[in-house]
Design a protein around this ligand. Structure first.
Ligand code: CLF
Ligand code: SF4
Length: 516
């Protein structure tokens, strides 16, 4: 059955500012020297832009861990990089290599192989470095990436350098042992279990030492921090400042996920995670000091595909065992695909820079701050959050009911900026459930209610198509659905809608953005 379509107009023939992402903030990587830019432009975690185009995969070869975090239950993956509640199939290094080659051949835009669990990679050095060693020989075009709690990092830095691992993530939740003791009940260090502030002090010391050693060797370091309201939330601003001063490239503040059913200490003691607005406010506060990652999906230790998607089921051991992989041919294809994407991105950047230059010659430049706005005689326009349904390529290209997550952009007089994402459940299941006329109406209603709650604070939803049922309910909840910008680049679509809202007088006054 065809879906009831409210709006599916072809891409609007917009011109001038409207087609160029008018007023968009500059490319987040534009300030970087060329050699650094080249190292991150196809890494989906280190570059927000790249995550629309490139994929990553993880292999779960590291079962053990050397510390205990209060947000972790060992039954599940390492929650420093993963969403708790999912369990990965443990692989041997040989199986991991075979799986990586199979994925690389099937998904040519997969550029990064990461090891992030299910325990701590550096608590399993033999398995992890064997995997990296074999991969750097067999698939030299794949970037290698590792994520660690940092306790055993200093003693492995030299080996990391040897294996050509160019990207390392350290999870640093605090610099103060008193706070650390509320996050880590114990560590295992020099064959001894150590508890309390003494344990936290050792962990913090080793993390900082590891960070300094890596940056001194030119390895790109991303710092992950889990935001735990009432425990380390305020303190993370200091963490951000210090790790930046020590040369960390990017800071990724992730929300604590603590559910009683996961059986973690925080889950069973009722420690809450942050709201979307709290997370964004902290990320904004930290952003004054360093580049922030806002597109992390807290993916599982065996994730495969674009961030936010999981194609792991296509590459189970059973399926890849039967495969014969001609990696030499696959590599040629991979290089072509990658070169094509990089070329496309460079053309987009050039177009954006050109648009910026054109704008700077007009009188229509959005004022940069309140004082400038006053001088320029502009009325204050409030920012607006918009949710986007996208399958990637940086386009508004997904049906509302097919989205498992929405990208959230903030539109303002300064332009469109990505601020995060919101996870939802799938509203359409097959062809016959996309609205209030479905046989399974109650289930659809529940999913829609959950989606509307997840989109709290957003005023607009941009998608390729949307049915009458969800359209009406979104509108009733104060969220305006919009299918007019299907297949347009996200930032262009967001700013076009923002301008329409401004022209309709919906943005005037000093009223703040609707809070999530
Ligand atoms: Fe994996 Fe991590 Fe490397 Fe990325 S994930 S080891 S840096 S390749 Fe990325 Fe996933 Fe967030 Fe991690 S989205 S959880 S930050
Ligand atoms: Fe769990 Fe990872 Fe913490 Fe180890 S480092 S306890 S695996 S969250």
């Amino acid at each position: 059955m065809d879906l009831p379509v409210v709006s599916n107009t072809p891409p609007a023939a917009v011109g001038g500012c409207a087609s160029k992402g008018c007023g968009s903030p500059p490319d987040a990587l534009s300030h970087l020297p060329d050699h650094i830019r080249a190292r991150v432009q196809d890494h989906p975690c280190y570059s927000e832009e790249a995550h629309h185009y490139f994929a990553r995969m993880h292999v779960a070869v590291a079962p053990a861990c050397n510390i205990q975090c209060n947000y972790c239950n060992r039954k599940y993956d390492c929650a420093n990089e993963s969403r708790p509640g999912v369990v990965s199939e443990l692989l041997t290094p040989e199986q991991a290599v075979k799986k990586t080659l199979a994925v690389a051949a099937a998904i040519p835009q997969m550029t990064v192989l990461g090891i992030a669990g299910p325990g701590d990679p550096l608590a399993n050095p033999e398995r992890v470095f064997t995997t990296f060693r074999m991969l750097s020989r067999k698939a030299p075009d794949i970037k290698l990436c590792v994520s660690t709690n940092g306790l055993d990092l200093p003693r492995h830095v030299d080996e990391i350098t040897t294996h050509n691992i160019d990207h390392v993530t350290i999870t640093i939740n605090c610099l103060d042992p008193e706070i650390g003791a509320r996050i880590y009940p114990w560590i295992y260090w020099n064959h001894r279990r150590i508890r309390g502030e003494e344990a936290a002090a050792i962990l913090i010391r080793e993390q900082q030492k590891g960070l300094e050693m890596l940056t001194a060797r030119g390895i790109l370091v991303k710092v992950n921090s889990v935001m735990i309201p009432g425990v380390n939330d305020e303190h993370l601003k200091e963490v951000s400042r210090v790790v930046k001063a020590k040369g960390a490239f990017l800071h990724n503040v992730m929300p604590l996920i603590a559910e009683a059913e996961h059986g973690t200490h925080y889950g069973v003691t009722g420690q809450r995670g942050p709201t979307a607005a709290e997370l964004q406010a902290l990320q904004d506060a930290c952003a004054g000091d360093m580049a922030m990652m806002r597109h992390c999906r807290q993916c599982r230790a065996d994730a495969v595909g674009m961030l936010g998607e999981d194609r792991g089921a296509e590459f189970t051991l059973e399926k890849i065992d039967a495969l014969e992989i001609d990696y030499a041919s696959a590599m040629t294809r991979r290089q072509e695909v990658r070169a094509g994407i990089v070329q496309q991105l460079e053309a987009k950047r050039a177009e954006k820079e050109e648009a910026g230059r054109a704008l700077s010659t007009t009188a229509d430049i959005p004022a940069a701050n309140d004082a400038e706005r006053e001088t320029a005689g502009h009325a204050m326009q409030r920012p607006v959050l918009m949710a986007i349904a996208s399958t990637g390529q940086n386009l508004v290209n997904q049906h509302f009911g097919h989205a498992r997550e929405f990208l959230v952009y903030e539109a303002s007089e300064r332009g469109a900026r990505f601020v995060g994402h919101r996870k939802t459940d799938l509203y359409c299941v097959g062809e016959d459930r996309c609205g209030d006329e479905s046989e399974d109406g109650a289930a659809a209603e529940a999913v829609l209610a959950h989606t509307i709650a997840a989109l709290r604070g957003c005023e607009v939803v941009l998608c390729a198509r949307i049915g009458f049922g969800p359209w009406n309910q979104l509108e009733a909840a104060g969220i305006q659905p919009n299918g007019e910008h299907a297949m347009e680049p996200i930032e262009d679509a967001v700013m076009a809608v923002y301008r329409e809202m401004a022209a309709a007088g919906k943005l005037s006054g000093n009223a703040g953005q609707k809070r999530a």
